[in-house]
Design a protein around this ligand. Structure first.
Ligand SMILES: [Zn+2]
Length: 184
């Protein structure tokens, strides 16, 4: 639909609730009836005049233009995409468990300690794979000891803050909590 077609019936056909005879509005810039302004070479100045002197008509003209302009459609599309993007983020709430990993140190024997890692599965990390990785990385024993718990033989808590985000980039260091030393 072109703006010409849109403007034609708007000004020509009787509109319910409008008193007749219709007063034709003339543009102060080009002196033509308003609907012909867009054919005037200096249409920009017409619009400026219209905006100043007949703000209501100006808005109507803008609206008619918006309907037929491809640029505006493109902007609408962008807005819709933005809205859609936000919506996707909002609906992303599949789990109730907050994503968080907790590291703690627990005594083992008299001098040794172990490192307890919980919460890896809140990031969909396979515990067995993680345990194996830790064992390799630290050259020590590591085992899955619970639903979402890995115990690494040795005090490697501080290293884990670097190693976990390195191995699983989706796990930011901020998601890892230091619970300190566990007491027996
Ligand atoms: Zn004009």
């Amino acid at each position: 639909m072109s703006s010409v077609e849109a403007a034609g019936p708007q000004f020509g056909a009787p509109i319910p609730g409008v008193q007749y005879p219709l007063k034709v509005l003339y543009c102060g810039n080009c002196s033509l009836p308003l609907e012909y302004c867009e054919f005037y070479p200096d249409y920009e100045k017409c619009k400026q005049w219209l905006e100043k002197n007949m703000p209501n008509e100006f808005e109507r003209v803008l609206q008619l233009q918006g309907e037929s302009k491809e640029d505006d459609a493109g902007e609408d599309e962008k807005k819709r995409q933005k809205r859609g993007g936000k919506g996707v983020l909002k609906t992303k709430k599949k789990e109730e468990v907050p994503k968080k990993i907790c590291l703690s140190r627990a005594p083992r024997g008299k001098k040794k300690s172990v490192t307890v890692v919980t919460g890896m599965s809140t990031f969909d990390v396979d515990l067995k794979v993680a345990s194996k990785f830790f064992a390799q990385k630290f050259s020590c024993g590591s085992s899955v000891t619970g639903d979402d718990e890995i115990v690494i033989q040795g005090d490697v808590k501080d290293e884990l803050f670097d190693i976990i985000p390195e191995k699983w980039p989706e796990i930011d260091e901020d998601f890892i909590d230091d619970l300190g030393d566990l007491k027996r």
